[in-house]
Write a new protein. Structure first.
Length: 83
């Protein structure tokens, strides 16, 4: 299956998500947060660095729950403002 290339906006949204998750993780280890979320540390690393800019909804929901973030916070933070 061939994936369509991501738009610049989708990439930027993924980078915003990654920054928010890194900030919310604070001094907790990647392995700790990943384990609490039921994902691999590698998956979390890819999301945090923007290498996986479109993670699955349930992955994002599990991370949000583990980090004490609401889905509304995530949506607000990751929404792009058009000029």
């Amino acid at each position: 299956m061939v994936r369509t290339p991501l738009t610049p906006e989708e990439r930027e949204r993924g980078e915003r998500l990654g920054r928010l998750l890194r900030q919310a993780r604070g001094d907790r280890s990647m392995a700790e947060v990943a384990a609490r979320s039921g994902i691999s540390a590698e998956t979390l690393r890819k999301i945090e660095t923007g290498r996986a800019p479109t993670p699955a909804f349930f992955t994002v929901a599990a991370l949000a729950r583990s980090l004490g973030l609401s889905m509304d916070e995530l949506a607000h933070h990751c929404t792009l403002v058009r000029a």
